[in-house]
Write a protein that binds this ligand. Structure first.
Ligand code: V1D
Ligand code: CA
Length: 466
């Protein structure tokens, strides 16, 4: 673990809930939450706990989820389980629950953990003294259980049920005029783009494979004439086989231009690891270092940064890359071979940290990449740079007072305080054994988290009104 020369020191808050690895989408499903626990095991065994604060976030409540999602949809997610699913036939069709987004044991708790990690830190920061994320306490927040970018207001999609990213951005918008969302998952970040399509306060930039690939959106052009002026969505459609150098040649100039032009107050970076070489679903050819170069580059702008997970289906590559990127966030470079950890045998036969590129053909020609870079510059010329809104005193949400009072009285201190003092013994204590496809998961008997206040606020969808 070597310090990265020339990197400024940052305070990193890392969110992890050891229950996450207990949830299973079902046999044969490519999404495996256990990859987050594998990553965590590397993080701890590389000693990164010495370089950051580790938190277990408060799982998001139903009411927090309805800041974006409809009450009916959240209620459905809360009620359905494998035993009663047969009673929800019509709703399953309506909410797109099925093959890609199956009903599994503990589904709602899984969504709560993922969303809690992406929004909780901002709630905590605001409670502890207005936007500490932006100022001192926390410069970078990391939640590898988040990044579920396909979930819609009232619909599951592409393995995603609750859109933790939209919820995290809504929280950031309470303190920042403009938030920039960047998505390096191999799939188009359609759920986030759609949620903020009619506001200039969030700019969404997705790099993805385009062409006969899920979800089929993100071509690169605006959806309609009026959108050209309206929407702050940028799409970078790429072809199969893109490698580190070519990706960097599009990512860095495009993102530098956008950041200087849009001047965001905070950045959310979705680090979907299915853009890595050899991914089970993806078809890009990035090495671990090529993927992580995007993180380093965005970190170098010294803006409050929320780093999230996303896709990634070759679990040993996902775990290595996100552990390495946790190091980048903390200003250190992980080196050498994989340290001893609970999943050591997964990394054989070479036990290398790096995820190497393959010799597959790159279908992105230099001319094609030139065209993409130019088209982004042209698109931005049709819009106002750094649009401003009148910022008021941070508006309290209807439930803030209740929450504050309840936090003081009843907060589970163990769940909230930084676990600075974690050592290896503690890791073993919090890590459960896991089998990739067979466990039933869920936290049926766990009652450690309190639900805040009463459900439902008068205006449950502020995203419509930004
Ligand atoms: F291969 C599978 C096996 C079982 C269940 C689903 C899949 C699977 C593979 N690819 N499903 C897909 C994609 N779905 C479809 C639709 C099926 N319809 C007929 C079309 O092609 C979904 C891919 C989702 C990718 C999610 C993501 O990586 O972007 C992600 N990001 O954050 C979380 C997930
Ligand atoms: Ca993407």
């Amino acid at each position: 673990m070597d310090p990265i020369m020339g990197e400024s020191k940052k305070r990193v808050c890392y969110f992890f809930d050891s229950d996450i690895g207990n949830y299973h989408y079902g046999p044969g499903h490519p999404m495996k939450p256990t990859r987050i626990r594998m990553c965590h095991s590397l993080v701890m065994n590389y000693g990164l706990y010495k370089k950051m604060e580790i938190f277990r976030a408060k799982p998001a409540t139903k009411r927090e989820m309805t800041q974006f999602h409809t009450d009916e949809y959240v209620d459905f997610l809360n009620r359905i389980n494998p035993d009663n699913a047969h009673q929800f036939g019509k709703e399953q069709v309506k909410y797109n629950v099925g093959d890609d987004c199956p009903v599994f044991d503990g589904l709602f708790e899984y969504c709560s953990i993922s969303a809690g990690g992406s929004m909780g830190q901002f709630l905590r920061c605001s409670r502890e003294g207005a936007a500490r994320l932006s100022r001192d306490k926390c410069d970078i927040a990391v939640n590898w259980a988040g990044g579920l970018h396909h979930a819609k207001k009232a619909e599951a999609s592409g393995f995603c049920y609750v859109n933790d990213i939209v919820l995290g951005i809504l929280e950031l918008l309470r303190y920042h005029q403009r938030v920039l969302y960047i998505d390096i998952d191999v799939h188009h970040g359609d759920g986030v783009e759609e949620a903020f399509y009619t506001t200039d306060r969030v700019m969404s930039v997705s790099f993805h494979k385009y062409g006969e690939f899920f979800p089929g959106t993100g071509e690169g052009r605006a959806r309609g004439e009026s959108d050209v002026l309206f929407s702050y969505a940028v799409n970078v459609p790429l072809r199969d086989g893109i490698k580190d150098e070519a990706y960097k040649s599009v990512f860095e100039p495009t993102m530098r231009h956008i950041i200087e032009w849009y001047r965001p107050g905070a950045i959310v970076l979705q680090c979907g690891a299915d853009s890595l070489s050899g991914d089970f679903l993806g078809s890009f050819n990035l090495s671990m270092r090529g993927h992580a170069a995007c993180v380093s580059f965005i970190r170098s702008f010294n803006l409050p940064l929320l780093m999230l997970g996303g896709g990634g289906y070759t679990v040993k590559s996902v775990a290595r890359t996100w552990a390495y990127e946790t190091g980048i966030a903390a200003g250190v470079e992980l080196q050498g071979t994989i340290p001893n950890n609970e999943y050591y045998e997964y990394y054989g036969p070479d036990y290398e940290l790096n995820v190497r590129p393959s010799n597959m053909t790159d279908h992105n020609t230099p001319e094609y990449l030139d065209k993409i870079r130019e088209s982004v510059v042209e698109l931005l010329k049709t819009k106002t740079a750094a649009p401003s809104v009148q910022m008021h005193h941070v508006p309290k949400l209807a439930h803030d007072d209740e929450d504050d009072a309840e936090m003081e009285d009843e907060e589970d201190k163990d769940n909230r305080k930084p676990m600075r003092l974690w050592d290896k013994a503690k890791v073993h204590e919090t890590s459960l054994s896991d089998s990739e496809d067979e466990g039933t998961g869920g936290r049926k008997h766990r009652q450690s988290h309190k639900t805040f206040g009463k459900a439902s606020v008068a205006d449950p969808h502020p995203v419509d009104k930004l």
